[in-house]
Structures are given as C-alpha cells and as structure tokens.
Write a protein that binds this ligand. Structure first.
Ligand SMILES: NC(=O)C1=CN([C@@H]2O[C@H](COP(=O)(O)OP(=O)(O)OC[C@H]3O[C@@H](n4cnc5c(N)ncnc54)[C@H](OP(=O)(O)O)[C@@H]3O)[C@@H](O)[C@H]2O)C=CC1
Ligand SMILES: CC1=C(/C=C/C(C)=C/C=C/C(C)=C/C=O)C(C)(C)CCC1
Length: 318
C-alpha cells in the first residue's frame, strides 16, 4: 500500500514537472541582461573562458563586437572553445592566452606579455574558479581555493590596474557566489593547514571575492574604473567536477538549474549595462542588486584581507 502511494506520488510529481516544464525553465533561468549595448573597439579579458560561464560570457561579448581575450590555463581547451565561438559567430574577435592562476610566475608572465601587446583594456572579468577540490597547494604554496579564486585574481588585477585606468571608463567584474554567505576569512589559518573542509575553503574564497571587490571599489573612487561582484546563480557546469555527489545532483536536477548561458547573464550585465556606469562596490545576482552577508560588508575584514594578500604576494598596492 505504502509502495503504491509512493509510486503514485512520484508519478504525479513527474506529470507536474512535464506539464509545467516551460514555466520551471523560465523561473530557473533567472534574470536576463536586457542591454543592447555594443562593444565595438573595446577589449575584454575573461579568465577561465574555455568552459562554463566564462565561455558563454566570451561568446556574448564577442557577438557585441568586443575583442575578447580568453585567459585559460589549458591552451588546447581554450582554442577548442574559441573555435566553437567562431563557429557560432564567425566575425568573433577572440584569442586565447595562457594563464594559470595557481602559479604567480604564470600570472606575471601573462600580464607582462599582455601589457607589451595591448594598449587598452576596458573590461576585466575575474571568472575562473575551482570548487571543493581535495587539499592541494598552488605553486606558491597557497591553498588552492584561496590561491586561485582570490589571490591569483588579486595579483592579476594589481598587474593590470594601470592599463584599466588608462583605458577608463573601464569595469572589473568579480565572479563570486551565494556561497560567500557561509564563508569566514580564517586569518589564523587562511590556507587551511590546521583543518581542511573543501566546501568551507570554497566559501572562504568566494567571501574573499566580495571583500576584494568592495575594497578595490573604495580605492578606485574617482578613477572611472568600477568593480562589482556577482553571484551567477546555481549553474550546471564543470564546477562540480571534484564532488561526485554534487555532479549527480546537478545532472538529475539540471532542469531546475541555470545553463552556463543563463549563468553568464549577470556577468554580462555588470560588464556593460549603461545604468551601472557609475556603480561600484556592489553585489549582483539575476541582473539586479543582491544581498551581501554581514561578513562581506565588514570594512575592517576587507582592509585586513587586502593587506594580507599584498604580503603573501609580495606586492605593494595602496
Ligand atoms: N556553477 C555554479 O553553480 C556557480 C559558479 N560560480 C562561479 O562562477 C565561476 C565560473 O564557474 P563555472 O563556469 O560554473 O565553472 P567551470 O568549472 O565550468 O569553469 C571554471 C573555469 O575556471 C578555470 N580554472 C580553474 N582553475 C584555474 C587556474 N588555476 N587557472 C586558470 N583557470 C582556472 C577552468 O579551467 P579548466 O577547464 O582548465 O579547469 C574553467 O575554465 C567560478 O568563479 C565559480 O566559483 C559561482 C556560483 C555558482
Ligand atoms: C540540496 C543538496 C545539494 C545541493 C547543492 C547545491 C544546490 C549547491 C549549490 C552550489 C553553488 C551555488 C555553488 C557555487 O558557488 C547537494 C550538496 C548536491 C547534495 C545534498 C542535497
């Protein structure tokens, strides 16, 4: 009897899902960037552009006429993605450059070549990310999440900030996450050497993204370079690759999640929406302002994280 009731219940849910599929998909897709802005003559740099949200962001911005530099750690994967973009939009001005955010030498080499070869950069999208990987260190000995998601992008932005200022008006988009709500900056053990939880390490790095965007915005006041952070939504991408449980969950419930194209909308919005030209230091989700957890609003934590990041990377940035 119980089995029969369970079977009937499951059948009813399946029927409802099939019947309301278009409505469910529309709801899951979330906000769409409505701006018709074009980017002819503008140069955009996107990290982690070979797959997922980064690749879809690159395609959209290339369609709008931008020259898009796809910064990827695996050049072959990057070239494959660039070929896909050219296939979808033949006039696309996309190019792939090698950048491994887990290696400060790679970041410095990337920036050095870029600064020699281009003289304008209008949009920087710090998109690349790693989630819930087993305990690993970057080449420089940083825990992988904080190393790639925060410190790697911190150094990259530091090296390119002069170029962005010379190209103003310019924008920086930091791809963070709702996960910042569950994060704390553990200054006493930033690299999780005492204890490691891959989920919490990810959340810490995404909180660092929010704090970095806010602190950088404060320091950039009056420069016409703006910076905002973004939660792209829950997106069915390769991000779950290190967690079998999450990969299964994301595959089974794909219909209720965003596609990478849908997940790219808020990054695109922050990169070009006219109404955001003077907005800086804010957090967005679904192409609208979004809630920031109290620990993401702490000026003191943001300043301290900035100082610690400079120390770890051996840079001076006031
Ligand atoms: N998917 C989601 O639900 C959510 C995603 N986000 C954020 O969105 C961003 C994009 O994620 P998403 O597209 O979903 O994930 P993907 O895994 O599809 O893409 C991540 C990208 O980051 C690149 N990357 C990882 N490590 C490095 C590194 N050391 N150097 C350079 N590039 C690197 C990957 O390259 P490679 O392919 O070579 O590994 C890949 O291009 C991330 O910052 C993520 O935290 C935030 C909230 C939710
Ligand atoms: C409900 C549920 C899950 C859902 C996880 C979700 C929805 C994660 C979203 C992650 C995001 C948004 C990450 C990016 O920053 C698990 C853990 C798979 C399994 C147990 C039940």
């Amino acid at each position: 009897m119980l089995l029969l009731m369970i079977a009937a219940g499951l059948g009813l849910v399946t029927l409802l899902v099939v019947f309301f599929k278009p409505q469910i998909r529309q709801y899951a897709a979330g906000g769409v960037c409505q701006s018709a802005a074009t980017l002819n003559g503008k140069t955009v740099l996107i990290t982690g552009a070979n797959t997922g949200i980064g690749k879809e962001t690159a395609l959209d911005l290339a369609r709008r006429g931008a020259r898009v530099i796809m910064a990827c750690r695996d050049v072959d994967k990057g070239e494959e993605a660039a070929a896909g973009i050219r296939g979808a939009y033949p006039p696309a001005l996309v190019e792939v450059r090698e950048l491994d955010l887990a290696d400060t030498c790679s970041i410095r080499a990337f920036a050095e070549t870029l600064l020699r070869e281009i003289n304008q950069l209008h949009v920087l999208i710090n998109n690349a990310g790693v989630m819930m990987c087993p305990y690993t260190k970057t080449v420089d000995g940083f825990e992988m999440h904080i190393g790639v998601n925060h410190l790697g992008h911190f150094l990259l932005t530091h090296l390119l900030i002069g170029l962005l200022k010379r190209s103003a008006p310019a924008r920086i988009v930091v791809v963070s996450s709702l996960a910042h709500n569950f994060g704390w900056i553990r200054f006493h053990d930033l690299h999780s050497q005492g204890s490691y939880n891959s989920g919490l390490a990810y959340c810490q790095s995404k909180l660092a993204n929010v704090l970095f965007a806010r602190e950088l915005a404060r320091r950039l006041r009056g420069t016409e370079v703006t910076v905002n952070s973004v939660h792209p939504g829950t997106v069915n991408s390769d991000l779950t690759r290190h967690s079998t449980l999450m990969t299964i969950f994301f595959t089974v419930f794909a219909m209720f999640l965003k596609t990478p194209r849908e997940g790219a909308q808020t990054s695109i919005y922050c990169a070009l929406a006219e109404e955001l030209h003077a907005i800086s230091g804010k957090h967005f989700s679904d192409c609208a302002p979004a809630f920031v957890a109290p620990q993401g609003r702490s000026e003191e934590t943001a300043r301290r994280l900035w100082e610690v990041s400079c120390e770890l990377l051996g840079v001076e940035w006031d």
